[in-house]
Design a protein. Structure first.
Lengths: 183, 364
């Protein structure tokens, strides 16, 4: 198994930390992982993205041109990354702020109302975990136990009291994700 | 097995420095390597091992602090990115001339000038051929994974002290910024002055005891004849490094018709390119120089006897390609050596590499 993922959205949405938690979950499941962030001028312009690779084998290039899964959280990222999904791959997006929904017919498309759900849960910061839950439903690449361990490892101990809330958000996203198109 | 963590390459440099018993770090922030000092400041190693961490007022100041501390026999290091290394180059030349050990990390970004903050490998010439003035060489190690960022810190210190010569870890924004699994090294205690003297001989300026002459550390020698003697000694040392310290990795070269030559993050891109090419029925291998100086001339020469061509892949305008051409020329084999690369902070993709290989070497 090799899963190449791009997560892209605005800075502050928790894109990089979602990637880190996913990568750490992979470490906990004994997978090979890599996490490569955008750190350049585009980040300073407000958008952020991270490439995460999970694999049973040694990972060659941490930078790839096409992805098994794209998790897209704003319009700029839709414009940039919809075309990079492999045929038959997965695109997950939050319709909040998306003016032009994905048009590709050869990929599986999932919709998650992450912004809405996080607001309903009373903590907008759980947004990224809702989206992570949606991803894990679409692509069960790691077990929930590993995600729990991944959270423990990637959050500093002073934030461990927030883990149950994060797990609840992941569960919510897992339940609420909607498949809108099959390839 | 040591502790397994998910860390950025830059963070690992800092952690590895603490763990290998480094005595001091002097640096100045610059993207994309600022996490090195940030991690050190957060870890507060002065409470744990007594290691000094100091943010200097500039790169020029930090390299000269390194010079002074190295002269007292301490294990000291700095890190910067390309423009900062240019500022340090005078000091690096002095340290090489005074024959002192230290470790310098260059997390390269695109140049020339202030350039960009994106990854690049355009400082290959600067690192392997000079940078500063005079006939000196650095031992240059090029990690291509976060794990090697850990492993090469200790190795660089070992080599730097063995040859009393500055060692450089030449990496870039990709390896510095990415996170991978890493098995951290075990803690080694810092060495006392006596232990250093026992292991590496007496050359540090620690105060003159009655039973030996003065230890003098300087790069200045007004007598040209004596300066030539010094230079001959340096050259002898560099020759010895070329004989003993060459490190490289061959990936799927055994049956290869074509061999990619790439170091650091480019070598990672090329590993994927090798897989893609082999899936297309092309017998392609990868030679990854781990030491850029000393350069693995011999293994390249050996391959030249049986392969149909080399393609160097570099994030620069074609620098290492010259060393590959020299290594091949020495064998008198007429094997083509081509170059492919991107510049200014653009990272080539594996598919681009395969396309370049087809166009430049295979034809079609």
């Amino acid at each position: 198994m090799t899963e190449e993922i791009i997560i892209a959205g605005f800075g502050g949405q928790g894109v990089l930390s979602m990637g880190k938690i996913l990568a750490y979950s992979g470490v906990m499941a004994n997978q090979e992982v890599s996490w490569f962030p955008s750190y350049g001028p585009e980040m300073r312009g407000g958008t952020a993205n991270v490439t995460v690779i999970l694999s049973d084998n040694r990972i060659s290039s941490p930078i790839v041109n096409e992805f098994d899964t794209a998790i897209i959280l704003n319009q700029q990222s839709m414009d940039k990354f919809e075309k990079t999904v492999k045929p038959g791959g997965v695109l997950i997006y939050d319709p909040n702020g998306i003016i032009h929904p994905p048009k590709r017919k050869d990929i599986n498309i999932y919709k998650i109302e992450g912004t809405l759900i996080a607001a309903e849960m009373g903590n907008v910061k759980t947004f990224n975990m809702v989206v992570l839950g949606a991803y894990l439903k679409a692509k069960p690449v790691v077990k929930m136990e590993s995600v729990d361990l991944g959270l423990q490892k990637s959050l500093p101990p002073r934030h461990h009291k927030l883990i149950p809330l994060n797990l609840a958000a992941i569960q919510k996203g897992y339940e609420m994700v909607e498949k809108v198109q099959s390839a | 097995m040591g502790e397994l963590r998910l860390m950025k390459g830059n963070e690992v440099i800092a952690e590895a420095a603490i763990r290998c018993g480094c005595d001091g770090y002097f640096g100045y922030p610059i993207t994309p390597q600022s996490e090195v000092m940030e991690t050190l400041m957060e870890r507060e190693p002065w409470n744990e091992t007594g290691m000094v961490v100091l943010q200097a007022e500039s790169e020029v100041a930090s390299i000269n602090m390194l010079y002074g501390a190295a002269g007292s026999g301490k294990k000291v290091m700095t890190s910067s990115s390309s423009p900062g290394i240019s500022l340090m180059s005078e000091g690096i030349s002095y340290i090489a001339g005074a024959e002192l050990p230290c470790v310098i990390v260059n997390v390269q970004r695109g140049g020339p000038g202030l350039g960009t903050i994106q990854p690049s490998q355009a400082d290959y010439f600067q690192s392997t051929k000079g940078g500063g003035h005079g006939d000196y060489r650095l031992i240059v190690l090029a990690p291509s994974s976060v794990q090697e960022m850990n492993d090469f810190v200790d190795l660089s210190f070992e080599l730097a002290f063995k040859y009393r010569n500055p060692a450089m870890i030449l990496t870039d924004g990709v390896i510095g910024q990415m996170m991978e699994k890493v098995e951290l090294s075990d803690f080694k205690p810092r060495m006392s002055p006596n232990e250093i003297e026992k292991k590496y001989g007496s050359w540090a300026t620690l105060g003159k005891p009655k039973n030996r002459g003065r230890n003098i550390i300087t790069s200045l020698e007004m007598d040209s004849h004596r300066m030539e003697v010094n230079n001959r000694r340096f050259q002898e040392k560099y020759k010895q490094m070329e004989e003993l310290e060459v490190r490289y990795e061959e990936i799927q070269c055994d049956d290869a018709d074509y061999v990619l030559v790439a170091f650091g993050s480019s070598a990672r891109i090329c590993q994927k390119a090798v897989d893609i090419a082999r899936n297309n029925g092309l017998k392609v291998g990868l030679l990854r120089p781990i030491t850029l100086f000393p350069f693995p001339k011999k293994p390249i020469g050996e391959l030249a006897k049986r392969v149909k061509g080399f393609l160097t892949v570099e994030m620069n305008a074609g620098q290492m390609v010259e060393d590959v051409q020299l290594a091949v020329a020495k064998t008198k084999c007429s094997v083509p050596v081509e170059y492919f690369g991107r510049m200014g902070g653009i990272v080539p993709t594996p598919l681009e590499v395969v396309e370049a290989l087809k166009q430049k070497l295979i034809g079609g």
